[in-house]
Design a protein around this ligand. Structure first.
Ligand code: ADP
Ligand code: TRP
Length: 324
């Protein structure tokens, strides 16, 4: 079983990314052949400042490696180091009906949020389909927000195979639903673009400050509180042991507990949770050549597979006059 997933480099990763996606990616490495990449071509659709792009790519790479990515076993690369994927995107584009892309909600949502309505943003799902199909991926672990993109991939693979003969493997969707949306410090979904994120490797002092700022309601200390409606409790769920969580739940419901106390403990637990990886993250930041080497080796392994699938697709679609 081949597992593949991508993550866009748009800065340092946050705990929503970790509990919502990375943790599952890292766990899947043990049982499956895993392929993970940094989706920098996709990130261009939001028009980043060119000066920020290289640092963003390396930040994601360092975060993944520090948190336990197995660089020998797992194939880990930067998307734009495997340009075959852009050629396959074009081949797929030519059999992708406009209507299929017009139905995609993420384009409309991103434009509504203020991203420019460029062609790359519109064609984003075709590039994602190429990512998945070029590596013959079986399982694509993604958050619920990506479900439609996997369905589009299956549709595109179907059109291509039906028109030009069996070429691509159909991926199964594998939606990560074990973790609800992780709230940010303002209570909305934690996101790099909302400025409400706590980074995985946030320096301790700013982590504490951010945790103390998490939005709560104004229930007085003495009164009972509903843990299920509390952003602090939602984060405690991710890092507290089941026993400790049960105690906090009781204390919320009993009353007599202030949110400040829960926040203090949350900050401690978050620091403890990621502490074992901090040292490694700092070492990597001082050895970027090593990180670049890991990505270069990953790209080499990825290209070997991508070029084979691309050759098959080129032939199926008729781009093989030399053989005629
Ligand atoms: P962001 O919104 O910060 O730009 P991305 O859209 O790049 O994050 O998400 C990368 C991965 O992390 C996706 O698989 C997504 O489902 C997951 N993810 C992002 N934010 C959260 C969150 N707040 N809660 C749970 N999962 C999240
Ligand atoms: N669109 C995905 C996201 O924003 C990232 C991504 C790009 C991806 N290509 C992929 C995920 C291929 C899975 C498979 O989270």
């Amino acid at each position: 079983m081949r597992v593949l997933s991508g993550i866009q480099p748009s800065g340092k990763l946050h705990i929503g990314n970790f509990f919502g996606a990375m943790r599952q990616h890292l766990a899947l490495q043990a049982q499956h052949e895993s392929f993970y990449f940094i989706a920098d071509y996709h990130a261009l659709t939001s028009n980043p400042n060119p000066a920020d792009v290289p640092g963003n790519v390396l930040d994601v790479a360092m975060d993944y490696i520090a948190l336990g990515l197995d660089t020998d076993k797992t194939v880990f690369w930067c998307q734009s180091d495997v340009p075959e994927v852009t050629e396959l995107t074009w081949l797929l584009s030519c059999i992708t009906p406009m209507g299929l892309l017009q139905r995609c909600t993420s384009y409309k949502e991103k434009v509504a949020q203020g991203l420019s309505a460029n062609h790359g943003l519109f064609a984003y799902p075709v590039l994602q389909a190429a990512d998945i199909l070029i590596f013959n991926s079986n399982l694509v672990p993604v958050g619920a927000d990506q479900k439609q993109h996997i369905e589009v991939t299956r549709d595109i693979a179907g059109y291509f195979n039906n028109t030009f003969g069996e070429t691509f493997v159909f991926p199964d969707e594998h939606i990560i639903e074990s973790v609800a949306v992780v709230p940010g410090i303002d209570g909305r979904k934690m996101s790099k673009s909302y400025g409400n994120a706590i980074e995985i490797f946030e320096p301790q002092s700013s982590l504490k400050k951010k945790v103390m700022k998490i939005v709560t309601d104004s229930t007085p200390v003495d009164e009972p509180k509903d843990p299920q409606k509390c952003n602090v409790f939602a984060l405690l769920k991710l890092v507290a042991s089941p026993d400790e969580l049960a105690q906090w739940e009781k204390r919320y419901r009993d009353g007599g507990m202030g949110y400040g106390e829960a926040k203090k403990r949350l900050a401690e637990l978050l620091i403890e949770y990621f502490e074992p990886y901090r040292q490694k993250r700092a070492e990597l930041a001082n050895n970027k050549d090593y990180v670049k080497e890991v990505l270069a080796k990953g790209a080499q392994r990825a290209r070997a597979i991508a070029s084979q699938t691309l050759a098959k697709a080129r032939k199926a679609i008729g781009l093989n006059y030399r053989e005629s």
